[in-house]
Design a protein around this ligand. Structure first.
Ligand code: UT7
Length: 332
């Protein structure tokens, strides 16, 4: 049974810090090569923040850009959800920092931790408040400063990630046929041990020992995550299409989480979807965790790859494991 939400995206925006790190730059830091990174991941370059720029600063920049783009006043925003695994600090929530900086005086909000599925989860949650009729304008943001938790001595992880933020505005859908047609999200906590940051929380609070043992960084068993991601992204995509009476041929665009070009291509091949219908920007941004999907939507709009009425699929797998999928009719 599909789970329609009477809510639609009415604007997208993003922010990428200006500093670019190419694969050649990383060759100077770890034992890697441009050739390995390109062929194994599809990444050519990624953006890095300068010291002092946090998730809230990028989220604020994306939010301000979105308000300008949609011509909405900050006071009209009723709710702000920020998906991030790299919040500025444990508390207050990044959403509070963004609310204050953009002047959204009438909003409440919170942060959501869903790793690479964070944006899909946050969009599901924010849309429910709009669909329920209690909120008319919700800001959903994905923002991650992955460089703040990358181990630049671990070549298997540090080459994969970049920093960035993306934001969307969610407003009520006017008809049954537009906006979010269905969503499918799940978690599988048994996969938690394959992608995680061991310290800095209540289990291992920061100490000399946690720093010496390099426990404040991303730890990943790449192959485990890779296999899970391909399988679950395919399953979620198929289920969402099937239970709504669509086939892959009805899709105008798939915006998948950008973790590895080989994951995306494997999923695409299994689903039988044409290259022209798959949004790819991992080559320029790397994996920006909660920001990959809103940045993909932003680029799709800028490149005129999505139009009003198009069937669009968002799909992600991330640490947790978390899996998310949203099927929607693009509404503007
Ligand atoms: O967004 C969150 C979810 N994350 C993901 O979805 C990531 C999923 N995993 C992946 O994308 C891939 O598993 C990786 C990109 C992380 C790794 O690619 P892989 O093809 O699975 O490589 P591997 O781990 O099997 O390593 C193959 C070889 C190893 O060398 P040996 O043991 O064969 O001699 C690694 O040491 O590649 C080596 N290697 C590297 N070589 C050059 C690993 N990283 C690098 C590197 N440069 N940066």
């Amino acid at each position: 049974m599909s789970r329609h939400i009477a809510a639609k995206i009415t604007g997208v925006a993003g922010y990428l810090p200006p500093r670019i790190a190419t694969n050649s730059d990383l060759e100077k830091v770890v034992d890697t090569s441009d050739e390995w990174i390109r062929t194994r991941t599809g990444i050519c370059e990624r953006h890095y923040v300068e010291p002092g720029m946090a998730a809230s600063h990028m989220a604020t920049a994306a939010a301000n850009e979105l308000l300008k783009y949609t011509d909405v006043k900050a006071e009209e925003i009723e709710m702000i959800i920020v998906a991030s695994v790299t919040p500025d600090m444990m508390f207050p929530a990044t959403a509070c920092l963004v609310q204050d900086r953009i002047g959204a005086k009438n909003a409440w909000g919170f942060d959501l931790s869903g790793a690479c599925s964070g944006f899909v989860y946050a969009l599901t949650v924010g849309s429910q408040f709009v669909g329920a009729g209690t909120h008319k304008k919700v800001l959903v943001i994905g923002s991650d400063v992955m460089t703040s938790i990358l181990d630049f001595q671990d070549r298997a992880t540090c080459v994969l990630f970049g920093d960035g933020a993306g934001a969307v505005l969610v407003e009520p859908a006017e008809t049954e046929a537009e906006g979010i047609l269905d969503f499918m999200n799940d978690i599988d906590g048994s996969g938690g041990c394959h992608l995680y940051m061991p310290a800095g929380g209540s289990l291992h609070p920061s100490s000399h020992e946690t720093i010496e043992k390099r426990m404040h960084y991303v730890h990943q068993e790449g192959q485990q995550v890779f296999k899970y991601a391909v399988r679950r992204m395919c399953e979620v995509s198929c289920t969402l299409l099937e239970r709504n009476g669509f086939s892959q041929y009805d899709l105008a665009l798939v915006v998948p989480h950008q973790a590895n070009l080989r994951i995306i291509r494997a999923m695409q091949e299994r689903l039988g979807i044409d290259d022209s219908k798959v949004m790819i920007n991992i080559d320029r941004y790397g994996n920006t965790t909660a920001a990959t999907i809103p940045l993909g939507l932003r680029d799709a709009v800028e490149q005129k790859r999505v139009r009003k009425g198009d069937l669009v699929l968002l799909v992600s797998v991330g640490a947790g494991y978390t899996t998310g999928g949203i099927l929607m009719r693009w509404a503007y």
